[in-house]
Ligand binder design. Sequence first.
Ligand SMILES: C[S@@+](CC[C@H](N)C(=O)[O-])C[C@H]1O[C@@H](n2cnc3c(N)ncnc32)[C@H](O)[C@@H]1O
Length: 198
Amino acid sequence: MRKEKSIKLFDRLSPFFGRAYGRQRKQYSRIFQSMVQCNLSHFSTILDVGFGSGAMASVFADMRLKTYAVDRSMGMLKVAKQKLVHNKVNLVLADAVDGLPFPENSFDVVIAAFVAHGMQAEERLKLYAEMKRVGKHLFILHDYNGKRSLIYSLAEFLEGGDYFNFTRVIKDELMDYFGNLEIVNTDKMSCCYVCNIS
Ligand SMILES: C[S@@+](CC[C@H](N)C(=O)[O-])C[C@H]1O[C@@H](n2cnc3c(N)ncnc32)[C@H](O)[C@@H]1O
């Protein structure tokens, strides 16, 4: 999907993400406070790319990680600012594909949840390059694992991203780019793709 169209779509969807904030926070707490494969408590800084309502970033802040988060949708930024009023998260409006506004090696962990499947392959490569540039140790994509449901397939068809191809190519793509990959199942339809970039 073209950039302007995608930004408009997420601006329009931002109130719905706002309403799902509490449910998402519970889900992300369950995932990241118990994930032994990438124990985040070993780290001190994290960047969340494509923060949406800010639910996941709020969990990282609760885990005492110094948390930065970027999104290119002004609608999402407004929602996240309201939700995160008591959480220490540094929210930045930026497009990760155009270049993350941070120097090299700024963060121990760089993560993007449900962002990569909405991009075309060439955009994903730019995303990986930027995440790798600003990251030091772990690179995590939290995203679809390939299992389908009618509702999600329909929603993703309407989003117009690369969802249907993404789950077929993502493992090879990440292995080719980072040279290692661990897959941690998190839910019926999602997983964390974890690459060590130390
Ligand atoms: C499907 S939502 C996921 C939001 C959140 N990560 C979550 O798990 O609920 C995708 C988010 O990524 C953002 N996004 C998509 N492409 C982006 C890019 N190139 N740079 C920054 N944010 C982007 C969208 O604006 C949207 O907020």
